[in-house]
Design a protein around this ligand. Structure first.
Ligand SMILES: [Fe+2]
Length: 350
């Protein structure tokens, strides 16, 4: 498991801050020599004499570079190296070893160490190795910062393109509704009702946004429906009803490439019945996405309170009675309760 990481800061922050070096050796005299040399060169230095102290320091303060002694009592530098590299990938590590341990030092390079120094130290070599390691770290952070910048840019532009597409489809829905005197403004009104229900039911901001798009676009599939069937004044035949109901699936397919799965499901299931009795229905009850259950109530309420080719608009009271009658069969009881509350509040405010 990754430890609480004091090095987890923004890349920009890491690039700006003064870099701290951690000198690790069980011999105080060696630590002192390195500390003095590197401090004199302007580096901020800390010391540790054991693996335990190294891990404590890393967990509490950001360390740019560790000069790590291989041979220490208790956990050795070789054992500690993978822990540092996995827990603190932005920390560079230079191994310090006796000349006779050169093969071990090479092994450490293979395990992720950035460099090694031989004891007894040549202090100029130490300076150079520290400088190289810090430059390498700087470069790595800069590259990552640039990658992050590019990723943010791509995400931002993808969002813009998505917004444009959704806006275009929304305009298409409104255009479709506008040419029909019976459905003008339907999607906007349904969205308003659905959001009031979502609010009453305590939906998260993300779910509200999905519900908003699902509601605005729920009837986009009607573009594929025969206008003569849609505007038929009399009762629909079974075949005509089946044809009209395909708009839910067609609408979901139209928006599939540009919206998330939740919005697609809201559109696809907005005519599902809570008890599973809807046409060609495959899911039942609370398996139907909540957004679709909300939309079903909002859509029906607006349809009932609007004029249709086959009947005049119902009053709000009559529509509410009809929805109450279908509670638990066509509609989710919780959503109906939310509708009753919102309508009661609306009426009280009038
Ligand atoms: Fe619909």
């Amino acid at each position: 498991m990754k430890q609480a990481n004091a090095n987890e800061k923004s890349i920009e922050g890491m690039l700006d801050q003064q870099e701290t070096l951690l000198i690790v050796d069980d011999e105080a005299a060696i630590r002192r020599v390195l500390f003095q040399k590197l401090s004199r060169e302007g580096h901020q230095c800390e010391e540790a004499d054991s693996a335990e102290q190294v891990l404590n320091t890393l967990a509490t303060s950001p360390i740019a570079l560790v000069i790590l002694d291989i041979k220490m009592p208790g956990k050795s530098g070789i054992e500690l190296l993978p822990e540092i590299k996995s827990g603190y990938p932005d920390t560079e590590v230079i191994m310090a070893t006796a000349v006779t341990d050169i093969n071990v030092a090479i092994q450490c390079l293979k395990q992720g160490a950035d460099d090694y120094l031989c004891k007894p130290f040549n202090l100029e070599e130490v300076s150079l190795a520290v400088q190289r390691a810090l430059e390498k770290r700087h470069l790595k952070l800069e590259i990552r910062e640039y990658q992050q910048f590019l990723e943010d840019k791509v995400e931002e532009q993808t969002g813009e393109i998505r917004k444009l597409f959704l806006g275009a489809i929304e305009a298409l829905v409104f255009a479709l509704e506008a040419k029909d005197k019976y459905t003008g403004g339907h999607s906007r009104r349904v969205t308003e009702i659905a959001l009031a229900l979502g609010n009453e039911l305590g939906l998260s901001a993300g779910d509200m946004e999905d519900l908003r798009w699902g509601s605005l676009l729920h009837d986009v599939g009607k573009i594929a429906i025969d206008q003569r069937v849609q505007n038929k004044p009399g009762k629909l035949t079974d075949e005509e009803y089946e044809h009209i109901m395909t708009h839910a699936r067609i609408g979901a397919d139209i928006v599939r490439p540009i919206v998330n799965e939740k919005i697609i499901e809201i559109i696809e299931h907005h005519h599902d019945h809570y008890d599973g009795s809807g046409l060609h229905q495959v899911i039942v009850g609370n398996d139907i996405p909540l957004g679709a259950r909300i939309l079903a109530v909002a859509d029906s309420f607006d349809a009932m309170t609007s004029d249709r080719p086959y009947r005049p608009a119902m009053s709000n009271t009559k529509a509410i009675d009809e929805i109450k009658r279908c509670t638990g069969t066509q509609f989710d009881p919780d959503v109906v309760t939310a509708l009753l509350k919102t309508k009661k509040t609306e009426m009280a405010m009038k």
